[in-house]
Design a binder for this molecule. Structure first.
Ligand code: CP
Ligand code: NVA
Length: 297
C-alpha cells in the first residue's frame, strides 16, 4: 500500500483485496456489536472545501467506532482559508494528527498536502477523483454479484471525478467498463488513455446493453453550479430510467454515489425501485473507509 490514498495509482489488486477483506470483517464485527477499537488514541483531521453528507459522517463515525476521533476542519475557519501554505499546514498537522482526509477542488492540492505531510492523506473527493466512493462501490458489487471479475459496469452521464475513479479502478482490476458521456463531457483524457479496455461512447443504450451494473452521478458537480441550466439540456438523454434499465441484464443493479436528483440523471421509480442498491452502497462507505483508516493510520 502507498502512504496515502490520493487515487488508485500505484495500487495492486492485492491492495484492493486487503481493504475489502478487512471491510467485510469490520462490517461483520459492527453488526455483531463486537469491539473493534483498533485506532484508540488516534486522530483524523478532515479538511472540507466542499459540502458533504456521506463522506463527513462516515469518516467521523468510522473513527469513533475504531476508538479514535475525527476533527472537522472547515478550511474557511482555519488559516488555510487565509492563505497559509499547504506545505506549512501539512507540516503542522503532522505534529498533531495521525491522518488527514481532504475534500477540495484541485487534485494538485491534495497531492501537495500529501507531499509535505508525514502522515497519510486520504482523498475525500477532488474535481478529478473520488477514490473512496469507488472502493465502496466495488465492495458493494462484490457483495451483490459475488465478485467484480468479468462484471459489466455501465456509467451513464458526466465524465466527472466519479467517472475518472471508475476508469482508474478498471485499469487495475478485471471488470468491464463502458461509459456513455455527451460530447464535450468526456472523462479526463490522460486517465482514459492509461486505461486500455475501457469503452467510451455517446449512446447510453450502447453502454447499458447487457450491463450488470448501471451507474450514474449528478449532471452538475460541486463547483459547476453556474453551468447547471446548460447541462440540464445537454444531459437530458443521459438518464437512467426504466427504458435504459430494460437494456441491461435482467438482474442488473442500479448504483449512484448520491446525492441524487430524481428526474434528472435518474428517475424516482428506478432509484427507489427493487434493483437499486444505493442505500447499501452509501452504508459501505463506512465499512470500507474504516478499513482504509486502519490500514493507513
Ligand atoms: N457520495 C458522496 O461522497 O457523498 P457526500 O458528498 O454526501 O459526501
Ligand atoms: N460528482 C459529484 C459527486 C458528489 C459525491 C460532485 O463532485 O459533486
Amino acid at each position: 500500500m502507498n502512504k496515502d490514498l490520493l487515487g488508485f495509482a500505484g495500487m495492486t489488486p492485492a491492495d484492493f483485496q486487503t481493504i475489502w477483506r478487512r471491510a467485510a470483517r469490520l462490517k461483520q464485527l459492527l453488526k455483531e456489536g463486537r469491539d473493534h477499537a483498533s485506532l484508540k488514541g488516534k486522530t483524523l483531521g478532515m479538511i472540507f472545501d466542499k459540502s458533504s453528507t456521506r463522506t463527513r459522517i462516515s469518516f467521523e463515525v468510522g473513527m469513533y467506532q475504531l476508538g479514535g476521533i475525527a476533527l472537522f476542519l472547515n478550511s474557511r475557519d482555519t488559516q488555510i482559508g487565509r492563505g497559509e501554505t499547504l506545505a506549512d499546514s501539512a507540516r503542522m498537522m503532522s505534529c498533531y494528527l495521525n491522518g488527514i482526509m481532504i475534500r477540495t477542488f484541485a487534485q494538485e492540492s491534495v497531492e501537495e498536502l500529501a507531499r509535505y505531510a508525514a502522515i497519510p492523506v486520504i482523498n475525500g473527493l477532488t474535481d478529478l477523483l473520488h477514490p473512496c466512493q469507488i472502493l465502496a462501490d466495488l465492495f458493494t458489487i462484490q457483495e451483490k454479484k459475488g465478485s467484480y471479475e468479468g462484471v459489466r459496469v455501465a456509467y451513464i452521464g458526466d465524465g466527472n471525478n466519479v467517472a475518472n475513479s471508475w476508469i482508474e479502478a478498471a485499469t487495475h482490476l478485471p471488470f468491464e467498463l463502458a461509459l456513455a458521456c455527451p460530447e464535450g463531457y468526456d472523462p479526463d483524457a490522460r486517465i482514459l488513455a492509461a486505461a486500455g479496455g475501457v469503452k467510451l461512447c455517446r449512446d447510453p443504450f450502447e453502454a447499458a446493453r447487457n450491463a450488470d451494473v448501471l451507474y450514474t452521478d449528478v449532471w452538475t458537480s460541486m463547483g459547476q453550479e453556474a453551468e447547471s441550466q446548460e447541462r440540464m439540456k445537454i444531459f437530458k438523454n443521459y438518464q437512467i430510467n426504466q427504458a435504459l434499465l430494460e437494456a441491461a441484464k435482467k438482474d442488473a443493479i442500479v448504483m449512484h454515489c448520491l446525492p441524487a436528483h430524481r428526474g434528472e440523471e435518474i428517475t424516482a421509480d428506478v432509484i427507489d425501485g427493487p434493483q437499486s442498491v444505493v442505500v447499501e452502497e452509501a452504508e459501505n462507505r463506512l465499512h470500507v473507509q474504516k478499513a482504509v483508516l486502519e490500514i493507513l493510520l
